[in-house]
Design a protein around this ligand. Sequence first.
Ligand code: GLN
Length: 504
Amino acid sequence: MPRLQQAGAARPRTATVLAALLAFAALLFGATGAAAAPADVRQAAEAPQPAAAASSVSGKTYVIGTDTTFAPFEFRDAGGELTGIDMDIIRQIAKNQGFSVEIKSLGFNAALQALSSNQVDGVIAGMSITEPRKQIYDFSDPYFESGVQMAVAKSNTDVKGYEDLKGKTVTAKTGSEGETFAKSIAGKYGFTVKSLDQSATMYELVKSGNAVAVFDDYPVLAYGISQNNGLKAVSEKEKGGSYGFAVNKGKNPELLKAFNTGLADLKSSGEYQKILDKYLKDPSQAAQSSFWDLLANSFPALMKGLGNTVLVTAISFALAMLIGLLMGFLKISTSVLLRGIATTFVNIFRGTPLLVWAFFFYFGVPQLTGQPIDIWVAGVLTLSLNAGAYITEIVRGSIQSVDPGQLEASRSLGLGYAKSMQKVVVPQAFKIMTPSLINQLIIMLKDSSLLLAIGFAELLYQGQQIYAGNFRITETLLIVAVLYFVVIMLLTKLANVADKRFNK
Ligand code: GLN
């Protein structure tokens, strides 16, 4: 019975699992510890401020959400730094009023959701002040007049007005005024609206012919067209709301007040006009750089993203293993109750999309509890619970596929049930489950890219931030894909070597 001899190998593995558990606990506490800092700031900011509201912001740090790209209001410069009219305004007001800002580039719709869930303190994103929004947010004084306009591909000679849209598809940004406007006339002119999250992908959709037109704010379209983005405006601008800085209704009133005071100061000192002129009068033309320049410029940001991808996967996998082992054993237990718990867990997390949980943990839970949740905690919970459900089944299947004769033989040699499991069955099950676990790890690394939807700065998110600014989608995605591929190849090699060493 040679297989029985493997029993001894279980011990170092237990030690490895324990070490992973400890490392995970340390990391998790580290992450929540880090999360506590902004929460404290937020609490302090929410405390009633009796007098001198403007000074009550001084020394504090506020988290501000914004769009990924809404040039010239927010976009990344060649060095990857967030820049634009909104960025200059909020930074100068912060300086003027003595507070600090931490900017989170989330995307327009995600920024609004983050504000509703108190994940950010305010939003500046070329956000129009509209009646429905005033019901849920408090707005600053308006700082820029805007309105919606329609643009088509430069080469398009068929679409000159709304009448030419019959039976066609147009695009607009999810949750934006442009989308609301397009939808309001879609029935009348007989077109369909396909909503996307980002300006860059909207424009790409039009250039590729998958949509004939885009509805967006006219200053943004005008800026893009001046940068040769391949579009041309065809309609008159529709009257729209002015842009304002928003906070959650009733929250951070001192921040709103400081914004208004600072804005008035910038206007009277002429700074405000200088900012507008900098971006609108003489926008620097984006120079067409080579692929190698693109690679060199984007590499540091992509590497940072890759680091986060690998780290969030590693932490989540360690946790998923713990969950999977625990639930896997519950699944083969003799108790109906314990089996029921494990089955329910698997059904819930295997039966629902990962993204639903990412949104739930990051945007939903804070709305229920009133406490913001750290993005790492939300990301790790999402990935580990999902993978934990699959690993549960892997563990159960592997244990059950160990020849029952092994258990019988061990018992007949006088070992008890628990000892037989520990020394004979489980070590063999580990050998069976290793290839499936490697698969699961690779799936998890790829799935972690979904976390970009909540603004987690992993690899694909960084890629998106880059092409949102330079519109070079194909090349950027190619670089991102190669990076994923290389890491997954290395991981597979490593896992196979480990498998060969430990599971001989
Ligand atoms: N001004 C538009 C709105 O508020 C679009 C803003 C944006 O896309 N960042 O809906």
